[in-house]
Structures are given as C-alpha cells and as structure tokens.
Write a protein that binds this ligand. Structure first.
Ligand code: NVA
Length: 240
C-alpha cells in the first residue's frame, strides 16, 4: 500500500514477492483512504483476511503501528515519516558486499539527518556496530537513536569508509524546499568533500537523487558510488 510516491520500493517488493511465488497485490492508498474513508484498524482487519503480509508506505509512524496491532499478519514498514528500515537492510547488504564487513566501519551521513533515513541509519548503524557520524545543521540531528553529530561537514566525513546522503526535501516537505536548499547547501556531497573521506570510501544514496543539490553528478556517477547496487539490493534484502 502506498500513501506516498514510490519507485524502488514498489518494483523491488513486487519483483521479490513474485520470485518467491507470491502475488504482490497493489492497494492504492489514495483510493483506500486509510484513516479517512475507513479507520486504520478496520483496513487492517480487512486486509489481514486477504493477504499473507502487508507492506505499507505512509506518513506518521503511529499509523503503521496501528495497522500492525490489528492486521493479524506481519506488517512491513516500507517508509514512514520516521523510519525507512527496508532501505537500511539494502544499504547494509551493499556495504558488506563492498567492504566485507560492517562492524567498526566509519559512516558519515551528510544533510537532513532528521528525516527517516537519518533515524534509520542511527538505529541500524548501532545495531551493526558501525560508527555513524551525522554532519548536519543545528536542529537536523536524528530524533531516534544515540548519534554522534557535528555541524562541520568536513569533520563528519574525515576518514569515513562510507559516505551517505539523502534528498534535502523528503516527501511531504515540498513547501520547505527553497529554505532547505539554503540550509543544507554546505553539506552537499561533492568531490571536494569526498577528498576528506578514506580514499577507498564508498557512496550510498537511497534515491531519488538530485544531482547538483545534495550530491554532485561527479560523485553520484563516479567510481566510488554504489547506488545502483544499493537499489538492486532492495529486492534481495526484502526477500530475505
Ligand atoms: N527521506 C526520503 C527518502 C526517500 C526514499 C523521503 O522520505 O522522501
């Protein structure tokens, strides 16, 4: 079910469920009107009678927790305002493929660390024993998970093995776009900033990416970028 836009999540879950022999049934969130036309709890009770599991991308975290409380089948978070755990499983798989390990690696997350991706990196990085540092403006640190935070982008990426960024304008924040571009400008992942990271650092981005804003085209399309592997790994991680 998608209450927000999607490309990778819909495609990777659909492909992965089909590869496992299941049928991915797409429910259009705008038609279902979950929480307006019908309560979250009633939708959960109905879908739980038709589906083996529910994968939902929505807004408030409380909505998916209510779905999980009433569905009677597993409910997977396919992105909320607060977290994006499926993306982190794919990201960690990608790091392990390229670095051979997770524990002990230094990860720098640059930009809007207060979004779902920042929170999920704080939680997943800690679970994997990674040393995650967030380079972000004051007021944009992750709200969940203990995190090392600095407002100095160069200090954040210093000797990093993994450099991560995300859009500065998450879905639902579109009216803040102009102000956000100014706020986050110093945190753009450029070749100049990458020169401070470890020479063999890899670059991750959950996509969609905006070349010339949070990441330069040179970096996104350059040899340190593993973003297409990361996008592919959504399917493998979710199947697992
Ligand atoms: N932080 C982004 C992630 C997109 C996959 C958003 O919520 O729009």
């Amino acid at each position: 079910i998608f209450d927000k836009p999607t490309l990778r999540t819909q495609a990777s879950f659909s492909a992965g469920i089909a590869e496992l022999g299941g049928h991915p049934m797409l429910v259009d969130g705008s038609l279902a009107g979950i929480g307006t036309r019908e309560s979250v709890a009633d939708v959960a009770r109905v879908l739980g009678r038709q589906a083996a599991a529910i994968v939902w991308r929505t807004f408030e975290q409380a909505r998916i927790e209510e779905m999980a409380a009433h569905a009677g089948v597993p409910v997977v978070n396919a992105l909320t305002d607060d977290f994006h755990p499926c993306q982190l499983l794919a990201a960690l798989l990608t790091v392990r493929e390229h670095k051979g390990t997770l524990a002990g690696l230094r990860v720098a997350f640059l930009g809007d660390a207060a979004c779902n991706m920042g929170n999920s990196w704080a939680v997943a990085g800690a679970m994997a024993g990674m040393d995650v540092v967030f380079g972000c403006p004051d007021g944009y640190a992750p709200a969940h998970g203990a995190a090392e935070v600095t407002d100095d982008p160069e200090a954040a990426v210093a000797a990093a093995d993994v450099v991560v960024t995300d859009t500065w304008v998450s879905m639902g924040k579109e009216e803040e776009a102009e102000a956000r571009r100014a706020t986050f400008a110093p945190y753009a992942v450029t070749a100049g900033l990458m020169a401070r990271a470890a020479p063999d650092a890899i670059v991750l981005h959950c996509l969609p990416a905006y070349r010339g804003t949070e990441i330069s085209a040179e970096v996104l399309d350059g040899p340190q970028s593993v973003v297409w592997d990361e996008a592919e790994n959504r399917r493998h991680a979710q199947k697992a």
